[in-house]
Write a protein of this length. Structure first.
Length: 56
């Protein structure tokens, strides 16, 4: 069995992962009721999305 010739060192691995950090969840205000909702999602409170009421 051959041993791995090249291995990524602790620092190199960590260095690569420095910009892995995920951003905090984006919230947008509903144009109808002003509640903070996830973008590209229908508003949970008034069911509004893109000026239309979306029925479930
Ligand atoms: Zn709303």
């Amino acid at each position: 069995m051959g041993a791995p010739r090249r291995r990524v060192t602790k620092t190199r691995g960590r260095d690569r992962r420095t910009n892995w950090k995920s951003k905090p969840t984006q919230l947008i205000a509903c144009p109808k009721c002003g509640t903070l909702v996830l973008p590209h999602r229908r508003c949970q409170k008034c069911g509004n999305y893109k000026d239309k009421e979306v029925l479930i």
